[in-house]
Design a protein around this ligand. Sequence first.
Ligand code: F6R
Length: 607
Amino acid sequence: MCGIIGITKNKPDKIGHEIFDALTRLEYRGYDSVGMALISSDGISVLKDKGNINDVGHRLNFKEIMGSTAIGHSRWATHGPPNQINAHPHSSNNGKVVVIHNGIIENFMEIKSQLIRDGFTFISQTDTEVIPHYLSKLLDEGKTMYDAIVSLTQLIKGTYALVIASTTEPNRIYALKKDNPLVIGITDNEMYCASDIPAFLPFTRDVVILRDNELAILEPGKFQIKLIPSGKEIKRKPHEISWTAEAAQKGGFPHFMLKEIHSQPEVMKTQLKTQDDVFSKFVQHINQSNKVVLVAAGTAHYASLVAYHTIPEFSGKIVVPCIASEWETVSHIIDSNSVVIAVSQSGETLDTIKAIKDAKKKGAKILSVVNVTGSTLTTISDEVIYIHSGPEIGVAATKTFTSTALAIWRIAKELAISNGKLSEDELEEFTQAIERMPEAVKYMVAHSEAKSRDLAKWFATKKSAFYLGRGAGHIIALEGALKMKEISYVHAEAYPGGESKHGPIALVEDDYPVVFAIPNDNTRVKMMGSVQEMSARGAITIGVIEEGDEEMKEVLSHYFEVPRGFSRFCSTIPYSIPMQLMAYYTSCAKDYDPDKPRNLAKSVTVE
Ligand code: F6R
């Protein structure tokens, strides 16, 4: 949510063009309005409006703007509707200070009231606007910008990635972080700050990731980081990013989502390079704990259910799955013998971070499974497993779901070994399922695409659908339904197969879509019953089944076949591929943009 970019250069350049391009590369974060400010000693000029980057940027001629220091923002509205006035940047009344912000200032109302009493005029309905006014007030009282920012941090409560500039120091950008992401990009003549690395990747691979309560002071070619409020200087070496800007582009596919679906075999291969001992560290903590609590949101929550499905069997531990925004309910059972496993692609989902902070206070061990290196979650965890999926630009998670699931299956395997829970044959089957995953996913993408495209034409005419599965199949159904609803706006609901008789079946009528995930595991026979119940009521049944399951083929209206060897172990991964493709092609058939579903943001950094 909210994309931030700040650039300062040693000489005037086409800075508006760079801001435009950087904001375009941050589009995946989700936004409703766009703006930029050019800073010079003569003043600050702000251009902003509601709409997408292409429209607003062209209408307001971003690309024509020349200068050496500028900041840009894509806003995802929280306080005040998306409109020109509420769009960022926000300036002080005297026009000397300008600010962009990602996050929420919780106590802005009381600060605003005081500033109004002090004579400041507010233009927007945003929480952010208190910041430029407050800073300009302190600057007028003779404080330096640094001291003013320290005072600001003592006044405001909430979450923020803040980028601040002023006419008094026109070649300086101040970048401050608490709970929301900010990264710095370094070159000899320029300095960048942004919400995410792709924003400046065409210009530099040398990156420093800011941590909470750090203030970066950027000038062309140099930067300083101070811990706030102590002022202690932080020396942090830049690290080099290995992935290319090209990796963050579409690479010949019509949408990022399709590119990301197709990239899964490669992602799986990268994941498999992670050594087993990384997973064993999680295993030690799990074995020493009295219980395991899983915390995550959305797709990450569904991926975390692989742990719910496996850890009890392979360790005998109680596992409690928790949706991050419902943390309060389970918070009471956390103690110093608990292990909390947080799962998050971005590592920035605020509900997940808040849950982890609470668990940490109670002494729990925090283990996380994350994609984005150096994200907030990784800085507060005791152990981290990176899923190494590369940047995921499509808002709907695909490759990060399968890659996270694989990481958790690998934890499960190490757990089974450590506790002697599997026979040699079973262990061999498990190892094979993991090792063959890149090839299996490649096969599934290649063999599901044409059928998914065909079925999508029919799916696009439907208003609602059921997704059913039991055990691991239920996880696949949950994720399949989420993909369908979020990008094609078909009301898709997932249920455990057995539960469908307790209400949902009332909705089934002729031509009603029901999608099944049916690995050849101990749920198969009961799932056969579910298919028949639905068919008997006129449903069109689409199953993802094991290759050669002739009985299933006879009862289903349509089917996708998954190679053998993935039923007992790792089914969540190959069985999900047709679900991703059906959702993708249904969205295309309805002429929607699958990369940018309405109302959704890639990273949910508000509660
Ligand atoms: C769905 C999707 C979201 C995210 C959720 C958590 O396709 O992408 O449901 O999974 O917002 O995000 P992370 O994994 O970044 O914590």
